[in-house]
Write a protein that binds this ligand. Structure first.
Ligand SMILES: [Zn+2]
Length: 155
């Protein structure tokens, strides 16, 4: 989980970073079962969800779901598990920075829009649910450029 945070803090092309401290008002936890009826397949979540117009970073509570992650990783080994956890954590942190899930809004015809068009691949953004989490576990160029498009008040 710390590595997922590191994926952002090592990225010097973005203006935001995360400090890890036990005095934070924000929280990160690993919980066993995902009992969320709205998204039972979710590997992680953040409350509140991404703000639509945040120029300030919101307070957040991130949860990663142990059983759901292990189920998805299966018997592919500790390296894949590590990449998954890194990818999920970096994804949730991106929500705290203001990015939305790729394709979570629809056009007038009900088609999902917002999927990064890079190369036509779902691996163009770590905000895409269908990304390969063993490959995309750090911000892509698309994610970095998106983060930097969000206006922020200097703090
Ligand atoms: Zn998400």
């Amino acid at each position: 989980m710390l590595n997922g945070i590191h994926m952002w803090n090592r990225e010097h092309r973005v203006a935001v970073s995360v400090e890890v401290t036990d005095r934070s008002v924000n929280g990160v936890s690993l919980v066993g079962r995902n009992n969320n009826p709205v998204a039972p397949e979710a590997l992680g979540l953040i409350n509140p969800g991404p703000a639509t117009n945040n120029n300030e970073l919101p307070h957040f509570d991130i949860r990663l779901f142990n059983y759901t992650i292990e189920e998805r990783v299966g018997n592919r080994g500790p390296d894949v598990l590590f990449n998954y956890i890194t990818a999920i954590m970096a994804h949730e942190i991106a929500h705290a920075f203001g990015l939305r899930d790729a394709g979570d809004s629809t056009d007038a015809h009900g088609n999902l829009i917002g999927n990064p068009p890079l190369g036509g691949s779902s691996n163009g953004s770590m905000m895409n649910w269908t990304r390969d989490r063993t490959v995309v576990y750090a911000p892509t160029i698309f994610d970095i450029e998106s983060i930097n498009l969000i206006p922020r008040r200097h703090q």
